[in-house]
Design a protein around this ligand. Sequence first.
Ligand code: MLT
Ligand code: ZN
Length: 458
Amino acid sequence: MLKPSVVKELKTIVGPDNLFTSPEELVVYSYDATKRESLPWAVARPAATEEVSKILILANREHFPVIPRGAGTGMSGGSVPVQGGVVLSFERMNHILEINEDDLIAVVEPGVVTGDLQREVESRGLFYPPDPASHQFCTMGGNVAECAGGLRAVKYGVTKDYVLGLEVVLPTGEVIRTGARTAKSVAGYDLTKLMVGSEGTLGTATKIIVKLLPLPESVRTLSAFFSTIENAAVAASSITAARILPRALELVDQAALRAVESYLKQDISNGAAAMLIVEVDGPIESTERDIGRVEELMTRAGAMRVTRAETDVEREQIWKARRAISPALYTIKPKKVNEDIVVPRSKIPDILRAISEIAKRHDLLIVNFGHAGDGNIHTNIMIDEAEAERAEIAVKEIFEATLRLGGSISGEHGIGLSKARYLPMELGFDALGVMKKIKTTLDPNNILNPGKIFLNDE
Ligand code: MLT
Ligand code: ZN
């Protein structure tokens, strides 16, 4: 708990209206998309870097944990205050500070909603490609902390590929600047890359400089439906084999389709067992040609039906359904163990086979969907309480199969609380030791996000 004198000091830093301590207010900041829950002791809503810095200096003096938080859309428990402490909510630091059309950069505060930045730059003919499925709610600070991926990573990469520089408040409260406003810079260690994806354990970003691209001239999207998931996976590989690089290549299995159909009360697939969504972008002549070739490939691979989106509204409908899968899954079972494995894309049929075998052996419902184009499959074990123990064994087996195939246990959701104990399986203890040293150097008092146990408990 916080001493009354500390509460008073926090109120002085952020203003009395921006420090919450009542249970009704705290509960709103107690969970994320994993549905893990733990009440913080207080929530501070700073409006400026200086306030963030002062809170961290106070935290070091008074020894309370600090947990940075964006919109709480994280999928690995990163913003859940499992050890109590003060949640640092960035909802007031939500300004797009600059869009520089000549330098092709934007500078934003961490609380900017990713979709708002996308829309703002698109209105000027520019493009911010990282596109997490939760783009309407998630924030840039969270995207940086977790190195968010999303639907367009197959062609455009992930958050780290767009962050040119950061202003970061270190756990000590010191403010540092990393990177530059330029497209290139090799001066010194690449601290920007170290920070992006460090899950709020090494510092918290208070300004983010991202690079922008010209908005592609046109976009074409299609959905293809298959009678088996294997056929869909093979069809997905045929696109890469034909040397077409779509900007999105998404796979949705039967259980995910049924869940989203009942959630949206809409028949999307006409009973199909799997769906692929393919989107290409570029000059009109190239997208027209590519979407035609993809359609042919889908038909050749045995698609039961291929539907091109002919209008923006039709395109949006496809993406609305895809983005709704995650919430829709909760209509199947009360809990989902949401894994985020990634394998070399050619191994998708192998990992799907392995998962199906694991599901059968443990008598569990495992739903698969995700970014087939980059090998990143969201494997969701749908459970009730009685199945929790079996699910845990299944997770370990899925991770083992993933690593055997040359993959990684998290493609984009992060390690967080969910996968902390599995990290040694992938990294080994030597690499964990190095990470622990970096964390300890920057945060000797273990103030910043100590709940992120992968650095503390191993
Ligand atoms: C997605 O691609 O929909 C997200 O990463 C969320 C999820 O895995 O549930
Ligand atoms: Zn995803």
